[in-house]
Design a protein around this ligand. Structure first.
Ligand code: BGC
Length: 400
């Protein structure tokens, strides 16, 4: 097979989110963790198969479900970006933690704005292009107490926070991602009712989706007013639904259609494939998720109709032993390359995640990182798959 060359100026990197890596956050999630960690540890036996329970006994420990110091990335970002640099990444996605910026309603913490400026400068010094997410699922506690996204004023609160960030940091940022996976967040928190604030109701689910939609549009306008040249999008969780047109319309396209005129690029997070009939020959991750690289090709092809540049903002695997990650990355890139060859304007690929991090209600046991983290000592260890990916980033091609 010939080598697969990627387009010139392709962006190669990895992604993280504040609550999952920074440590020391005080927000609606950290509060929820304290109240639910014991229950999650007790219920692990009902959620996971025997092989998973045997291999990942951390899932039975309460402390697995407390983000705590996470990866201590808040203090070690310089070290982590040096690693990303050594791995030839030329782009990096991270998120700003709203609860740090506005810990009390209307009170802005200048020190934290300075912190994120330092983070951005550190990336720029290394020639790593930052992609900045403004909301990756965590809310300041004051807003959670006011009803969070169910509060009709939530989009305006979000917009107010976005304006502050943008006014202070626009000179450092070309790419903004207003929202991470609005569909996954609203689905888990309101449709299934398993994530904070655990308000299970179909009506609330739709309300929150609408509210997020409005929040994005307001933020889009504000970001453009402050810096007309910046590029704004969302990170959208799309699934390859095989023979499932309604799901494809509702899950993958509904939100994107509504913000069609308010986005400069599409961020795609790809993890899943669903068939309507019969699941067979499944190769799975540590979390039991099917590995289906071909799916990224189909979702990319489906996104072509929006005529916008596309960045793969997340794609990754929980693989503690690092035995599948190389093949996972390789196969997803083969299919991504095929979509590009067929005219899809993919401009970047961000592996999820740079670091082993706090996987929300699953806690720390699923290991997505290119870099392994010891959560006691915070020692970083580069996995072999990271070196494999580094070679692709360096050469802008996949050697087959
Ligand atoms: C989220 C990440 C998460 C990853 C793996 C994505 O849906 O944006 O925060 O860690 O999936 O579950």
């Amino acid at each position: 097979m010939p080598d697969l060359k990627f387009p010139e100026n392709f962006l190669w990197g990895s992604a993280t989110s504040a609550h999952q890596v920074e440590g020391g956050n005080v927000n609606d999630w950290s509060k929820w963790e304290k109240g639910n960690a014991g229950r999650l540890a007790n219920q692990a036996k009902n959620h996971w198969e025997k092989w998973q329970q045997d291999r990942y006994p951390e899932m039975f420990q309460t402390r697995n479900y407390i983000s705590g110091r996470a990866c201590d990335h808040y203090n070690r970002f310089e070290e982590d970006f040096n690693i990303a640099k050594s791995l030839n990444h030329n782009a990096h996605r991270f998120s700003i933690e709203w609860s740090r910026i506005e810990p009390k309603e209307g009170v802005i913490n200048e020190k934290e704005i300075k912190h994120y400026r330092q983070v951005l400068i550190s990336l720029k010094e290394k020639n790593i292009e930052p992609f900045v997410t403004l909301y990756h699922w965590t809310l300041p506690q004051w807003l959670a107490e006011k009803g969070g996204w169910l509060n009709p004023k939530a989009p305006y609160y979000f917009d107010r926070y976005v304006k502050i960030i943008s006014e202070n940091l626009f000179d450092q940022v070309n790419f903004w991602i207003t929202l991470n996976e609005p569909n996954i967040f609203s689905f888990n928190s309101f449709f299934r009712g398993v994530w904070p604030p655990q308000k299970k109701s179909i009506l609330k689910y739709f309300k929150v989706l609408n509210s997020l939609n409005r929040a994005h549009k307001l933020a889009y306008r504000s970001l453009k007013l402050i810096d007309l040249d910046c590029q704004v999008g969302i990170a959208k969780h799309n699934v390859y639904f095989e023979n499932f047109p309604f799901a494809n319309f509702f899950w993958n396209n509904h939100f994107l259609r509504k913000i069609k005129k308010h986005q400069d690029f599409i961020g795609l997070n790809y993890y899943f494939h669903h068939r309507l009939f019969g699941n067979k020959n499944k190769s799975v991750t540590n979390m039991g998720w099917e590995i289906y690289p071909e799916g990224i090709y189909h979702v990319l092809k489906d996104l072509k109709k929006y005529h916008k540049p596309i960045y793969v903002m997340e794609n990754g695997i929980a693989d503690a032993q690092d035995v599948r990650r190389i093949e996972f990355i390789k196969d997803h890139l083969i299919w991504t390359h095929r979509a590009i060859k067929e005219g899809v304007d993919v401009k970047g690929y961000f592996y999820w995640s740079l670091l082993d991090n706090f996987e929300w209600d699953k806690g720390f046991w699923p290991k997505f990182g290119l870099v392994e983290i010891d959560h006691q000592t915070f020692e970083r260890k580069i996995r072999p798959s990271a070196e494999f990916y580094a070679q692709i980033c360096k050469e802008n091609k996949l050697n087959l």
